[in-house]
Design a protein around this ligand. Structure first.
Ligand code: ADP
Ligand code: MG
Length: 698
């Protein structure tokens, strides 16, 4: 809610703002002095780095400033947008290969811009896809005259329309500088400041907005990156501390005859990595504190078996266990596989999904009410409907729910004090795991079952469709099965459906006439999905044409081909997940990425990476590189605060230090009550209110 009375905008009394601008700022979430100083520049241009256009040399990373002299689209086969700038000394061309229309609207002839990037040479000096800034009226002269490092602030439509540009913000901060020292108190304890040799907080803010030297700016940036990380790590440290302290867990100390039996009946040996993580899980479950563990392992590394064995530990101790998965199809598949595995051992296994009837629910509730050992497999329905587990010992959360912290919070809210094991097939580097899952212990399956043949991945353009279909038919004739996947169009389920349905029609009447294809999509009801899926599992359907509903967990060993249509529309992790649906048996498997000829540069890189590696960890790292930190984890539901400056990949060292400091602080002062920590506690209470709620669950 935005305030209605101008008096409520504290900012209006700052020189250069006034009630009208204060109101606009308030609507953008900048109400107080504190909000204002935390509105950080998105980049800086150091005047000393600006190179005159007659002093260019190839391969240097530089910033230049000039007036747009010409702009247009080159009449080449692949469209290229270009501008030529001049600074009175020389000329430079900048080019963009995609989003042509966007750039065409963005740049205007006669306006001043700054471009940053690497200088190349192609019939003259050129920058490809440079960072750019359109400089406001007269800014160029000011830039040359100030002799300072100039901050550039984030802009949006409203700011542009109301002239709240970088020039405005620079001016406001210059006017407010005298207030910095008295209005920005130190909040971090002296020990942390000393250890990290930080400059005072108010000086850091001054340097961020009014940098005098690049050294000073670097120091400020280092401090704020640290604060970004520290904030999150402190939350995680508190969560972990209080989680372990407050909620007594279950000590699963009895021997595990069922587990032993299952182990002996397996047709294969566990991989070394599976043994290692079982060891870790077992040790965790034995302890009286609740387990809160993340299990990472690439697709096909055998996580399900680890889940089953862990649930047997609970069952062996007389407890109930739940396996929660993201989709109904997956729940059903797991149910079929796991009950087949466990029935001979006499373990009760049930299924609960959104599609379960009232009758089924009642029966299950009655069973669970007996507080007897029991394994229930299901979707979110498991926690949402609060099915009456009477003696829940272990909850395993499989796939997709990357952010297990939140899920576990829900369980705890429901008064379930069970051990939790969160499984994910989107592996992330260990240090990153610390950032995100900092309050969880992490186990990693870093080894594939020995019998796996690597999946051959190829990238083909649409004009090769006939060859691709012929290749698939060859495999079908040998009795193997195939997936054909269509992308999910997120904005519109209808479009998604249309693409898949039309694709299906085309396939049925054309390339796969006489074969047995079937269609699977998100709009089908549970019963329809199940019947298609079980027909595929039984081999009655040869080609499964699907939208990404098959993305996770589906396991059909006889399926050897995965054709992904419009592969350019999928993210790397998603492609890797899809590919993981094949290569599950002894036969050689293929993943074919089909795209139009003309796709963006980043999409091309994704295709290349897919053809180069099968390793989920490498793919996750590349994905992170291509998408950037914010996009990779940046969902609101993740509960991870947005970082102002920090980047967990580039700033790994700072992350480690902040993490260590935060955990030590909580170790020494679990409730943050010491006088030394009082200012910090007050600060966090005020600034992280919504998020600090999280720590209560601990
Ligand atoms: P994930 O869930 O990690 O993607 P799954 O648990 O679905 O992988 O396992 C994939 C396949 O590998 C399953 O068919 C499973 O039975 C099999 N499998 C699991 N562990 C082993 C092992 N140690 N050796 C051989 N095959 C295994
Ligand atoms: Mg799985």
């Amino acid at each position: 809610m935005s305030p209605t009375k101008p008096q409520e905008y504290e900012l209006q009394y700052l020189k250069g703002i006034g009630p009208k601008r204060a109101e606009i700022l308030a609507r953008q979430g900048i109400r107080t002095f504190d909000d204002l100083i935390n509105f950080f520049p998105r980049k800086y241009v150091d005047r000393r780095q600006i190179v005159p256009l007659d002093k260019l040399e190839p391969d240097q990373e530089i910033t230049v400033v000039g007036k747009v002299e010409t702009a247009g689209v080159k009449p080449t086969r692949k469209r290229i947008f270009y501008i030529v700038i001049s600074d009175g000394h020389g000329l430079l061309e900048a080019v963009w290969f995609n989003s042509i229309e966007y750039y065409r609207k963005l740049f205007h002839i006669g306006e001043w811009v700054s471009l940053s990037g690497k200088v190349g040479f192609y019939r003259g000096f050129q920058m490809v896809h440079p960072d750019y800034d359109r400089l406001g009226e007269g800014e160029f002269e000011k830039m040359l005259n100030t002799g300072k490092i100039l901050p550039f602030y984030p802009e949006n439509e409203t700011f542009r329309k109301t002239h709240l540009n970088s020039y405005f913000f620079r001016w406001v901060f210059a006017n407010a500088v005298s207030q910095f020292e008295k209005k920005i108190p130190e909040v971090y304890p002296p020990s942390i400041l000393r250890k990290n040799a930080f400059i005072p907080r108010w000086k850091a803010y001054r340097a961020i907005h009014l940098p005098e030297t690049s050294e000073e700016l670097d120091e400020a940036v280092r401090r704020f990156k640290y604060e970004d990380f520290f904030q999150l790590q402190l939350m995680l440290a508190l969560q972990r501390m209080h989680f372990k302290e407050k909620s007594p867990g279950i000590a699963f100390t009895r021997p595990s005859p069922l587990l032993e039996k299952l182990y002996r009946s397996l047709p294969f040996e566990l991989t070394g990595a599976q043994k290692k993580v079982m060891h870790e899980i077992r040790a965790d479950m034995k302890r009286p504190e609740p387990m809160n563990r993340l299990l990472q392992g690439d697709v096909g590394s055998g996580k399900t078996l680890v889940a089953v064995m862990s649930m047997l530990i609970a069952v062996d101790n007389g407890y109930q266990a739940a396996l929660m998965v993201p989709t109904e199809i997956l729940a059903e598949q797991h149910y079929l596989n796991i009950s087949k595995m466990l029935e001979p051992l006499g373990v009760k296994v049930s299924l609960l999904t959104g599609g379960s009837s009232a009758q089924q629910r009642r029966e299950l509730a009655a069973e669970l009410d007996k507080a007897e050992p029991h394994i229930v497999i299901g979707t979110h329905a498991l926690i949402q409907d609060a099915v009456g587990f009477k003696k829940l010992g272990l909850v395993v959360i499989d796939e997709q729910h990357r952010f297990g912290v939140m899920q576990r919070a829900k369980l705890v809210e429901k008064g379930m004090q069970a051990d939790t094991l969160v499984m994910t097939a989107t592996p992330i580097p260990r240090t990153l795991a610390l950032t995100v899952y900092g309050s969880l212990d992490v186990s990693i399956i870093d080894e594939m079952p020995a019998n796996r043949k690597p999946i051959v991945t190829v990238w083909r353009f649409d004009d090769k469709a006939a060859d691709i279909y012929a290749f698939i038919r060859e495999r079908l004739d040998r009795g193997e099965q195939a997936y054909i996947v269509y992308p999910l169009v997120e904005e519109s389920e209808k479009l998604d459906l249309k693409a898949a349905t039309e694709g299906f029609k085309h396939l049925v009447n054309g390339p796969f006439k006489g074969y047995k294809p079937a269609l699977l999509h998100g709009r089908m009801n549970a019963a329809q999905k199940e019947s298609v899926m079980s027909a595929f599992v039984a081999g009655e359907v040869q080609v499964l044409v699907a939208t990404t509903v098959i993305e996770v967990g589906v396991d059909v060993a006889n399926a050897t081909i995965m054709l992904i249509e419009h592969a350019e529309r999928f993210g790397l992790s998603q492609l890797h997940q899809l590919r993981g649906r094949v290569g599950r048996g002894e036969k050689k498997s293929y993943c074919i990425l089909k795209t139009p000829y003309n796709i963006g540069e980043v999409a091309q890189q994704r295709m290349k990476i897919m053809t180069e590696t099968n390793d989920g960890f490498i793919i996750a790292e590349k994905d992170l590189e291509l998408r950037g930190w914010g996009d990779f984890f940046g969902t609101k539901q993740s509960g991870i605060p947005r970082f102002k400056l920090a980047n967990p990949i580039a700033d790994r060292d700072i992350l480690e230090t902040a993490r260590q400091d935060a955990f030590e602080l909580v170790q020494a002062d679990p409730f943050l009550r010491s006088p030394e920590n009082a200012p910090l506690t007050r600060y966090f209470k005020k600034h992280l209110k919504g998020r600090m709620e999280l720590s209560k669950i601990g």
